[in-house]
Ligand binder design. Sequence first.
Ligand SMILES: Nc1nc2c(ncn2[C@@H]2O[C@H](COP(=O)(O)OP(=O)(O)OP(=O)(O)O)[C@@H](O)[C@H]2O)c(=O)[nH]1
Ligand SMILES: [Mg+2]
Length: 397
Amino acid sequence: MDDGFEIIGFDEIKESLAHDDLPSAVGKIKNYFEQQDRVELNIAITGESGSGKSTFINAFRGIGDEDEGSAETGVVETTMEPTAYPYKKYPNVQLWDLPGIGTPNFKADEYLQQVKFQRYDFFIIIASDRFRECHAHLAAEIVKMDKRFYFVRSKIDSNISAEKRKKTFNEQKTLDAIRKDCTEGLKRIGVDSPVVFLISGHFLDLYDFNSLEETIEVELPQHKRHVLMLALPNLTLEINERKKAALQKNIWKLALLSACVAAVPIPLVNAALSIHVDVTILVSELVKYYDTFSLDPASLQRLSDRSGKSVDELKAVMKSPLSKEINKDLVIKLLAGSTLVAVDTVAEYILGFFPGIGSLAAGALSYGTVHVTLKHCLDWLAQDAHNVLIAALQTSV
Ligand SMILES: Nc1nc2c(ncn2[C@@H]2O[C@H](COP(=O)(O)OP(=O)(O)OP(=O)(O)O)[C@@H](O)[C@H]2O)c(=O)[nH]1
Ligand SMILES: [Mg+2]
């Protein structure tokens, strides 16, 4: 089974159900979803002064260098304190802009103490030029502190355009040479099979940005991975797909919550309560989909600023029934349209989780309805978001 219920303890829920304590089981599942979205994630961005730390932070938050709340770029570093940049909708996920490394008396161990290294889940070391001793010292020290780091080589777009002037220019060879310089540096300090991500903070869809994001995601513990996927703006088509997969994993849990409510054994209360819960679950989940696919008005505006396409042009490619607005009436209409689900299969599925609890079969319809509705909505919104990204990309090339 999915490991998603580890946090609240699947056994506890079963226990509540076995003792006919449905409200308590529902409360526990709800609590789980809230906890899941409040998981903390702290990402440290470090590197030499001018390497592109602030530019990377803004790009990873999907905001322009001059937008409100952005990290200042292109200025001379003055602060020696780490600065936190939280994601607006998930302020528990923060990118930390760390002071520059590599000053003449730089000492990696003192630096890490000074920036309170324990606070971070992992580090991203950014180098915009050759691999240097300060990178080696810092990477080695991070490993010694039992933390993980990802090595990023930034400003690849500048390297490529500079090399293009040469008659013998070959993009792949240039990229290979840059990569080799960094991997060899990391090998020298004892990192086994080092991975270096080549990126441009100005053109995220080029080079290794997607692979960096994917690697971070895969290597995070499951509960942190989920919150990263929710918080991260929908920056590329690959991220769009991974967001869809992450949200898909949650559907059965939401549907199960609805089934638990439907199984409350008082018929009248049951019907009203059950529909109310289904609608509430769906509205809040769909709003979350909207936000995480960056389809909310503020995100569309930022994408419009970045891409040069107007918000109306971006909205024009959103074709799903959810593209206008999400509210209770719309959700009730969707639920009414999806009652023809395979109830038998669903009942079997639920009884598989709670053998011996026959009353839960009553929840089967509710389970199926919520499951099917959410699945359709997720497909629709992921497709809308995909179309919006394609439309935005078409102008930026
Ligand atoms: N072409 C190109 N320029 C970049 C890239 N990343 C950053 N820059 C530019 O490099 C300069 C420095 O970038 P910042 O993001 O301010 O660097 P920083 O590491 O935050 O610098 P300090 O805060 O001073 O330590 C700015 O002019 C950026 O526009 C990139 O990927 N490609
Ligand atoms: Mg900076």
